[in-house]
Design a protein around this ligand. Structure first.
Ligand SMILES: [Zn+2]
Length: 146
């Protein structure tokens, strides 16, 4: 989750979309893909990480996605990440903060319906769920570690 948070910090610090980072782990626990959201209209962190894994030729099937924010479940300018993860064969998703956006929320329920296991990370000391728009990261450590 530390890695996902530092990836999220690479995203834009302002704008309508929150900073989100995603790390994909293989079944053996090695990192196979990393991604972060670069701003509205671009690929979400989860899709960027899937693309990264694909570019590296690594297999994400059966693996775990660690995301700083619950993957979205709506089709806006980009498709729903929950579906992208499920379709890629990711079997477990760990996220730090439930999606506060009503239109985008529900990704967890959607993926659960597709047979994946979802769990909210218990470790997220620097993430504040009450500060959701562009200020997901509040710890000075995460800012300096990028
Ligand atoms: Zn998304």
């Amino acid at each position: 989750m530390h890695r996902a948070l530092s990836l999220a910090a690479q995203g834009p610090s302002h704008g309508p979309n929150p900073q989100v980072g995603c790390v994909l782990l293989s079944t053996s626990g090695t990192v196979v893909g990393e991604g972060w959201h670069r701003g509205a209209g671009t690929a979400h962190a989860e899709v960027a990480a899937l693309d990264d894994a694909r570019a590296r030729g690594l297999d994400v099937r059966g693996g775990t996605a660690v995301v700083t924010l619950e993957p979205c479940n709506h089709t806006g300018r980009t498709g729903p990440c929950a579906v992208a993860l499920a379709d890629a064969g990711v079997s477990r998703v760990v996220y730090a903060v439930p999606d506060p956006n009503g239109a985008a929320a529900g990704g967890a329920a959607s993926l659960r319906a597709r047979g994946s296991t979802w769990s909210a990370a218990t470790f997220a000391p620097t993430v504040s769920s009450s500060c959701v728009s562009g200020c997901m990261l509040s710890g000075p450590g995460d800012r300096s570690s990028r």
